[in-house]
Design a protein around this ligand. Sequence first.
Ligand code: PLP
Length: 342
Amino acid sequence: MIDLRSDTVTKPTPEMRAAMASAEVGDDVYGEDPTINRLEQRAAEIFEKEAALFVASGTMGNQIAVKVHTRPGQEVIAEERSHVFNFELGMAGILSGVTFRTVRSSDGSGHPTWDDISAAYRPGDDHEAATALIWLENTHNMGGGTVMNAEHCAEICENAHKLGICVHIDGARIFNAAVATGSSVVDLTRHADSVQFCLSKGLGAPVGSILVGTEVFIAEARLWRKRLGGGMRQAGIIAAGGLLALEQSPQRLIEDHVNARTLANGLAQLDGIVIDPERVLTNIVIFDVSGTAKTPTKICDELRRHGVFASGWDHSIRMVTHRDISADDIPAVLQAMRQVIN
Ligand SMILES: Cc1ncc(COP(=O)(O)O)c(C=O)c1O
């Protein structure tokens, strides 16, 4: 089985399992789990932020960030295909009582410019909800793993701060963005007020995400994690896998990017498929199949019979490379695609 549905499907390595089995643990709600404390400390150091918090998932980290940065009745500006707006089950409305004002990125990358964002900004008055938060996503999942560079992010943060608004980065795959741009995660997130990144995606840990920000922000986030049922006691068992992933995995992400580009180059040769391989800079490959005689759902169903898992919607299919996909798998995927669409 070649599973390209997401980079969340990786299984823990034997080394991770060993680290988890022997993890030193304590009660994290009392702040006494040494493995979690170490993971949070390392994350804060790596991002050069004051503090960090281990959370159950990217969704939990993102939603806690919305909650801490906003008050009910305010507005969040996010790109129209962002994960927080489309795929977190309306939780920002439920938990934080905020609305979204979505913007389109003028170049289609998923990364709005300051001009795109400022056109949507509202100071708030007798009728309009005030903008409280700007939401960035790097890499942009539905944009096809596209990357926002450090200067672009800095410009948005600087302008937002002048208006007194915070910026959060959904950095579920920020390490992929760092590898693709040849920058550090610090460069890509330096001016943002908070960042969420996933241990359980490209980094390959079985569970967990991290929120980083100021001490004040993280102290408040810790209370919301507990309120949401995320105070996880001896969770050092899972944090141990995350710690190993954080230290070791960023170095190998380039392999996933190379595999994704090879896949995109091969797909671009197939009749009826539209993709610009030059735009595939990280581990996400999204391509249009409307020129084939089949729907994305039908193609994905048939790919399964050839042992390949992918996700399909509207006119597109998404394939994501990760640690459990090798360079040798790519020709097999292309061969399966050829058979299915012909
Ligand atoms: C950009 C982005 N943000 C957040 C999430 C949510 O992460 P989780 O599945 O850990 O809740 C995902 C998951 O795919 C994602 O792609």
